[in-house]
Design a protein around this ligand. Structure first.
Ligand SMILES: Cc1cc2nc3c(=O)[nH]c(=O)nc-3n(C[C@H](O)[C@H](O)[C@H](O)COP(=O)(O)OP(=O)(O)OC[C@H]3O[C@@H](n4cnc5c(N)ncnc54)[C@H](O)[C@@H]3O)c2cc1C
Length: 506
């Protein structure tokens, strides 16, 4: 009979610090005088599915390499296994039992993941393993507050952010426990040779991990780089980092105005709870609604908010959160959608953002709002097409945050604003890229123009002539007239969503 085995199934928690499942699994292995087996399962959907992203797969693979080294440095290892998890785990357990460990000597630990896919998979795994005697333990760790932890007074899920955030802040301030330190050593792994069917297809992973973005512009993978970036963000003084967030977060060209920690948070290289615990409780002078620290903590709460929206309303992953919006008759022409994807709409702010996405795997939050509004409200293209395009490119692509952002922009989601608030891309550009630096960075063919011409070149013939730029030759003519497009969208929305207030002025 071999020693008991505790499997730690790592998924979107690829770190050692503040990792409740890791600490619990290591303690269990100690208590049972057994072995600890950290594993990562390559889900085919992650690297080869419809929503896979080469940028994210690259970031994942590189982050796993660092994690593997760090685990080895602590006397452990990382075993990579071919998925999907729902069949790989039962097969792994079978393999361990045939190698001499009784099923009731095997335990499985993991951090809860809340996407509809992960929930179905984890349920299937537990249903297959528990009857065989394997003990299955799911812990918190991906969010600060678990999605089923906060409900409204009426016992329903929150659909409006502001009251959610109020309760979230109370809850977090009350439970502000100290983060768990990364373990210095870990119980030894079992010696094990995987059967061929469970060995990952490294060649396929390698092919899937060739970034479409420029590698040097992608975030540095791994927990140590993420921790260093978070440290810089939290401790930077004098208007840099989090204390300058309120003033700088909406400036499109300011690459240091926001934390850029989203990819690390998405993969769990960082614990959101640890980040928040570094900032809370806020000192009295930073408690105000406009302090950078409070605003930034509220962004982490947005992440929890959208996670719980999808948890409570999994239908929103495929259809409108507000079902009436499914009746909108979208414009299905591929030409305009492709122009949007390629950054060729003739609206410089939109095109700059789409090119930033393609080249870097990242897009500024304000630019995500502008481009999503443009696709759904100016081009009247189904938000799901934009959602999928973002997921293919974003290195931080996250099912819940992305879906929440898209449905917010399309008006079909949790936004309390009426659907007839439609962003004017030129006004947005003037407000958030006042001197045109962002457009100039991503659309070199317009670099010779100054604001305001750079944001609406079609309306500035003299500036175009002076710069030697011909629309339709050097840069596209606008593919729609915003005023005309707006009227068409208002009509389509009103037709679909009967009973909504009649459209008024912008
Ligand atoms: C259409 C659309 C799609 C989006 N898709 C994603 C996505 O796939 N993945 C993703 O992480 N964020 C998404 N966002 C939210 C937001 O744009 C990014 O989190 C942010 O731009 C990341 O940059 P940052 O790390 O510098 O953020 P910061 O401003 O520094 O914020 C800190 C962290 O808070 C979280 N956060 C901030 N804003 C939001 C938000 N509105 N919703 C949820 N979490 C938030 C992120 O984890 C972020 O890293 C989307 C927003 C929109 C409008």
């Amino acid at each position: 009979m071999s020693a008991p085995i505790t499997i730690l199934w790592l998924r979107r928690d690829l770190r050692l610090a503040d990792h409740p499942a890791l600490i619990a699994a290591a303690a269990h292995a100690h208590e049972t005088s057994g072995r600890l087996l950290p594993i990562f399962i390559w889900e085919p959907g992650v690297f080869a599915g419809r929503r896979a992203s080469a940028n994210r797969t690259w970031f994942l693979r590189e982050s796993l390499r660092e994690l593997s080294r760090e685990l080895e440095a602590r006397g452990s290892m990382l075993l990579e296994v071919q998925g999907p998890g729902s069949s790989a785990l039962p097969a792994l357990v079978q393999h361990l039992t045939t190698s001499g460990t009784a099923a009731n000597e095997i335990a499985l630990f993991f951090t809860r993941d809340h996407t509809p896919y992960a929930r179905a998979r984890d349920r299937a795994v537990a249903e297959l393993l528990a009857p065989r005697g394997v003990s299955v333990h799911a812990t918190r760790g991906f969010t600060v507050v678990e999605p089923d932890e906060l409900l409204t007074g009426g016992g329903t899920a929150y659909g409006v952010y502001t009251p959610y955030f109020r309760r979230w802040l109370e809850r977090v301030s009350l439970n502000n426990e100290r983060p768990l330190a990364a373990p210095a050593t870990l119980p030894p792994p079992p010696s094990l040779k995987l059967p061929p069917a469970l060995q990952p297809d490294h060649a396929a992973i390698e092919r899937a991990a060739q970034p479409t973005a420029t590698v040097a512009l992608l975030p540095v993978p791994g927990e140590s780089a993420a921790r260093a970036a978070a440290e810089r963000w939290i401790t930077a003084a004098r208007g840099n980092g989090v204390n300058g967030y309120a003033a700088r977060r909406n400036t499109l060209a300011d690459e240091e105005g926001t934390s850029r920690l989203s990819a690390a948070l998405h993969l769990g290289l960082l614990s959101p709870r640890e980040l928040v615990s570094r900032l809370l409780p806020l000192p009295p002078e930073r408690e105000g609604e406009r302090s950078g620290e409070r605003l930034w903590v509220s962004q982490i709460a947005w992440r929890d908010f959208y996670t719980q929206v999808l948890w409570h309303a999994p239908h929103a992953a495929r259809s409108s959160w507000k079902p009436a919006y499914d009746a909108i008759e979208w414009d299905t022409r591929e030409g305009t959608f492709n122009a949007w994807c390629d950054g060729r709409t003739g609206y410089p702010i939109v095109d700059a953002a789409m090119r930033q996405l393609r080249e870097t795997g990242f897009m500024h939050n304000r630019a995500r709002m502008i481009t999503a509004s443009f696709l759904t409200k100016d081009l009247l293209v189904d938000w799901r097409k934009g959602e999928a395009h973002f997921l293919q490119h974003l290195v931080d692509g996250d099912v819940a945050a992305n879906n929440g952002g898209w449905q917010w922009s399309a008006g079909s989601g949790t936004d309390a604003q009426p659907y007839f608030r439609i962003f004017n891309p030129v006004t947005q550009a003037g407000n958030f890229d006042p001197d045109g630096a962002y457009v100039r960075r991503w659309i070199p063919e317009l670099a010779a123009l100054k604001a305001p011409a750079i944001h609406a070149p079609w309306a500035h013939a003299a500036a175009l002539a002076a710069a030697g730029i011909t629309l339709g030759v050097h840069y596209p003519e606008p593919i729609v007239d915003h005023a005309v497009a707006r009227a068409r969208t208002l009509e389509a929305y009103a037709r679909a969503v009967k009973g909504l207030p009649a459209p008024r002025g912008e």
